[in-house]
Design a protein around this ligand. Structure first.
Ligand SMILES: C[S@@+](CC[C@H](N)C(=O)[O-])C[C@H]1O[C@@H](n2cnc3c(N)ncnc32)[C@H](O)[C@@H]1O
Length: 289
């Protein structure tokens, strides 16, 4: 993560530095601060997770309930030990435990984990930490990573995740996750926009938000870059990377890491995948040998 820049120098706005800051960066270069664990941003993020009718941080709650019901039946999860990687405030954990699944949820957002723990009395094991580095003594029947979180990792992080899954899962254990495909309407597009706020999602006081979307066609990677400029000239850079996956690409990547794709859908309510689909819900299994 880089240092936060002050764009007011000797009473003047440093346009040259702003220009530098807004250039298209090398692929997967990080911003100044992480989004999910920031003390202020995590407040708005939790509100978004808990908004039953919003798709911003989590899917609409009715859709989550339908997905959980479908997954329990498709994977025969009753009585299984399941870990939800990036569980947020526990929307999937809560639903799945109601269906008789033994749930562990992991997230590095303290705000989300505290909320999740406050919602249940020990029926779910919530762990605060980074799923790329946490170790567990027990092995799981299935790991979930739902809402395109697999896509937002850098390639190095994705390899670490797949290695971690190998140690977390029992032989034959499921890895259930979704990806966006290059058919998605945000692939291939570059945009720039700005807006102002008197305090909101990114910052508690007045700020200006400069948003850029960059696309890297060869790698099929998108960057959403946010420069948040406060009234004192401090500019904080946030970056959200996203790699789009074809079915073939994801199948090959999983194979390299000891997983096979057992089945794939357009989503986790069982809609069949078609060539034109902009997302894939994947049911992979750790190889038994
Ligand atoms: C898009 S949200 C999805 C949350 C949840 N799966 C849902 O759909 O309701 C991504 C979640 O992953 C968490 N997260 C991202 N990277 C993480 C990491 N390396 N370790 C633990 N949690 C992570 C974030 O804090 C956030 O709660």
């Amino acid at each position: 993560m880089g240092d936060v820049l002050n764009l007011i120098q000797d009473g003047k706005l440093d346009i040259i530095s702003l220009n530098e800051l807004s250039k298209k960066p090398p692929i997967f270069e990080e911003g100044d601060r992480p989004i999910w664990t920031d003390d202020h941003i995590s407040k708005g993020m939790l509100e978004a997770h808990l908004d039953a009718d919003s798709d911003m941080a989590s899917r609409k709650h009715e859709r989550i309930a339908n997905s959980c019901e479908w997954l329990v039946s498709r994977l025969d999860l009753i009585g299984s030990k399941v870990i939800d990687l990036g569980c947020g405030p526990g929307l999937y954990c809560e639903e799945l435990v109601r269906h008789g699944v033994d749930m562990t949820g992991v997230d590095f957002s303290q705000r989300s984990i505290e909320y999740a723990r406050s919602k249940n009395e020990g029926a779910i094991n919530y762990v605060l930490g980074d799923y790329l580095s946490l170790d567990f003594d027990e092995k799981f029947d299935a790991a979930l990573m739902i809402y395109y979180d697999f896509d937002v990792l850098s390639d190095i992080e994705r390899k670490r995740l797949l290695d971690k899954l190998n140690s977390l899962l029992k032989k034959g254990g499921y890895f259930v996750f979704d990806v966006l495909t290059p058919r998605h309407d945000e692939a291939g597009i570059e945009t720039t926009s700005w807006s102002t706020s008197t305090g909101g999602f990114w910052h508690p006081q007045d700020y200006m938000e400069l948003v850029q979307r960059y696309y890297y066609p060869e790698e099929q990677v998108k960057l959403d870059q946010y420069i948040i400029l406060d009234e004192f000239g401090e500019a904080t850079l946030y970056r959200v990377w996203h790699r789009f996956f074809t079915l073939r690409k994801i199948t090959n990547l999983l194979k390299k890491h000891g997983f096979i794709v057992e089945d794939f859908y357009q989503n986790f309510v069982g809609t069949p995948y078609q060539k034109e689909s902009d997302s894939i819900g994947i049911i992979a299994r750790k190889k038994s040998r």
